[in-house]
Design a protein around this ligand. Structure first.
Ligand SMILES: Nc1ncnc2c1ncn2[C@@H]1O[C@H](COP(=O)(O)OP(=O)(O)OP(=O)(O)O)[C@@H](O)[C@H]1O
Ligand SMILES: [Mg+2]
Length: 277
């Protein structure tokens, strides 16, 4: 379980995130929405410790993540995987190696420097690629893949970390609707099958409504909404995005047209199982 207490981040005189407090039980799928500049990325980066807090604290399963240093911080970076809008792969390295890089925090520095991966790690990486449906790209340089494929590689790399939490910062903002759906389905599958907590920043309201059981709305660095999709009324949407512009459910970069949960249950695909370590 996550607990954020009075989390604040200032950049000079600008307060990017202000006194944010909430808790997230293990296994929830949470969407964070808000206008550009609302503080969504800064919030995720503080949870992952890519950015330090100005004040406040972040706890995970009773440990104060915001105080971790050295080896303990390295362990946290392993337990808390993160994927980004721009994928952050190494373009000239092949897909399989990119995925295996997810093991770096699990191994000794010497082995990492030499880029030596075990047979088990290779098998695990291929299983992760199979799960994402892109095993045929394993030997291609990552930079030659489409955006949707690259994001799936990034998810496979995150799975290699065997994380307890998966953070995603606008994972579908650069993707077309079909690839956006594939990536969101993969995040949901990981959340449902492994019970991993997923916190994802999203630009689209309809994506948040469709995939997230809980939505946190931010405006000017503060949480102005925290509830279920059903509770996200037009009044709440105005609080998050402001009432000055016409807000439509499908606003912003990518809108996904997918069937409701009930319709999915009828035509659910066969489960894909990720091989263990
Ligand atoms: N490294 C930084 N230095 C200075 N200001 C920053 C830095 N990072 C973020 N900010 C500022 O903090 C505020 C929140 O930024 P943040 O990137 O968290 O917003 P966001 O909600 O993720 O926006 P977007 O939807 O555009 O990604 C913005 O005003 C931004 O300019
Ligand atoms: Mg952002």
């Amino acid at each position: 379980m996550f607990e954020l207490r009075d989390v604040t981040r200032k950049f000079g005189s600008k307060t990017a995130v202000e006194s944010v407090s909430f808790s997230i039980p293990t296994g929830q799928m949470v969407g964070v929405i808000g206008r550009s500049g609302a503080g969504k990325s800064t919030l995720l980066r503080m949870i992952n410790r890519l950015t330090d807090l100005s004040s406040g604290s972040v706890f995970f399963d009773g440990n104060e993540v915001s105080k971790l240093k050295g080896e303990a911080l390295r362990r946290w970076h392993r337990d808390c995987a993160m994927i980004f809008q721009q994928f952050n792969l190494v373009p000239r390295l092949d897909v399989l190696t990119n995925v295996m890089l997810g093991r770096l925090n699990h191994r000794s520095t010497a082995l990492s420097i030499l880029n030596i991966f075990s047979r088990e790690e290779r098998i695990m990486a291929i299983a992760a690629l199979e799960r994402l449906g892109i095993e045929q790209t394993a030997l291609q340089p990552a930079g030659t893949l489409s955006g949707g494929q690259q994001q799936r590689v990034a998810i496979a790399r995150a799975l290699m970390q065997q994380p307890k939490v998966l953070l995603a910062d606008e994972p579908i903002a650069s993707l077309d609707p079909l690839n956006a759906k594939i990536v969101m389905d993969a995040l949901r599958d990981i959340n449902e099958r492994e019970g991993i907590t997923v916190i994802t920043n999203l630009h689209t309201l309809d994506t948040a409504r469709t995939y997230c059981e809980r939505i946190i709305g931010m405006a000017n660095g503060r949480v102005v909404f925290d509830g279920t999709p059903a509770e996200l009324t037009s009044e709440a949407v105005n609080r998050i995005y402001g009432a000055d512009g016409a807000i439509e459910e499908s606003m912003t970069s990518t809108s996904i047209d997918i069937p409701s949960k009930a319709a999915r249950a009828v035509s659910a695909p066969a489960p894909i199982i990720l091989a263990g370590p």
